[in-house]
Design a protein around this ligand. Structure first.
Ligand code: OOG
Length: 264
């Protein structure tokens, strides 16, 4: 890696780290750094995660997929998904009111969580390989909070910003993956008692495990794998919804129960 690239990586990672810590927005970086491409975006994401682990005294708990649905890709003007890292200090507990005060402009998404009990190492990982390595699945919600002004970014920018990761929560009751058809599994998402989205697993790249397989095959290009014990959020089944203090969200899936979250 060239010295100038190392400087750019550290500079952008530090700006994103500070933006999150101070709950302030930054402008997307591609305008200032035309060399920012997907690869450099993942280099920055890695530097950011290393910094967060050190300064926040936390560690990696898993990964998340982003931009997996056609609708979301079109909305954001991108043509491929992204992934990000989940850290232990991003996990919330069911039943605890969640304060959005430390966040910039949080949004919430219904997702399916996969919990792995085997290592998954690309390349050539298929849907079957993912299902075979999955110990459990559970309903989940992801709180995303882009550090970019008005969620305005390009694919390399959002990758650098750890794919807008902020917080996550998943159901305490875990389910066996072979007991459901993840593709056809229906989902109802409610805000303050009213239905705001309905969907099915197939909204995530045709099959949620396909999104996870895509990620496993990308990770190996950077010498990384999904590790036993890690959780993977496989991508939103609907658009993301803005969270206001006092909001209550619930997600229900056919066959794997429901999950609730209240915000203050
Ligand atoms: C990027 C991340 C979105 C998903 O599941 O699509 C995401 C963003 O829209 O800020 O996590």
């Amino acid at each position: 890696m060239k010295a100038v690239e190392v400087d750019v990586i550290q500079k952008i990672a530090t700006d994103l780290f500070e933006a999150e810590r101070n709950a302030t927005e930054v402008d997307k970086f591609v305008d200032q750094y035309p060399e920012l491409d997907v690869e450099l975006g993942y280099d920055i994401q890695e530097a950011l995660i290393e910094k967060k682990c050190k300064e926040e005294n936390t560690k990696i708990s898993g990964r998340k997929l982003g931009l997996t649905s056609k609708a979301k890709q079109e909305m954001m003007g991108v043509h491929e998904p992204s992934y990000g890292v989940l850290l232990e200090n991003m996990q919330l507990n069911e039943g605890e009111p969640i304060s959005i005060a430390p966040l910039i402009h949080p949004k919430i998404e219904p997702e399916i969580a996969f919990i792995f009990n085997k290592e998954v190492k690309g390349p050539s990982i298929s849907v079957t390989d993912i299902l075979d390595a999955t110990a459990y699945i559970a309903p989940a919600m992801e709180i995303i909070d882009s550090r970019y002004r008005n969620f305005n970014f390009t694919l390399p920018d959002v990758i650098a910003d750890n794919s807008s990761s902020s917080r996550y929560i998943f159901g305490e009751k875990l389910y066996k993956v072979e007991d459901v058809d993840l593709r056809l599994m229906g989902m109802v998402f409610k805000k303050n008692g009213e239905i705001i989205a309905t969907s099915a697993g197939a909204a995530v790249m045709g099959h949620p495990a396909r999104a996870v397989a895509w990620m496993a095959n990308k990770l190996v290009e950077r010498g990384q794998t999904i590790k036993p014990g890690e959780i993977v959020l496989s991508g939103a089944l609907s658009e993301a919804f803005t969270i206001e203090p006092g909001d209550h969200f619930s997600v229900s899936f056919d066959g794997i129960g429901s999950l609730e979250a209240s915000f203050t």
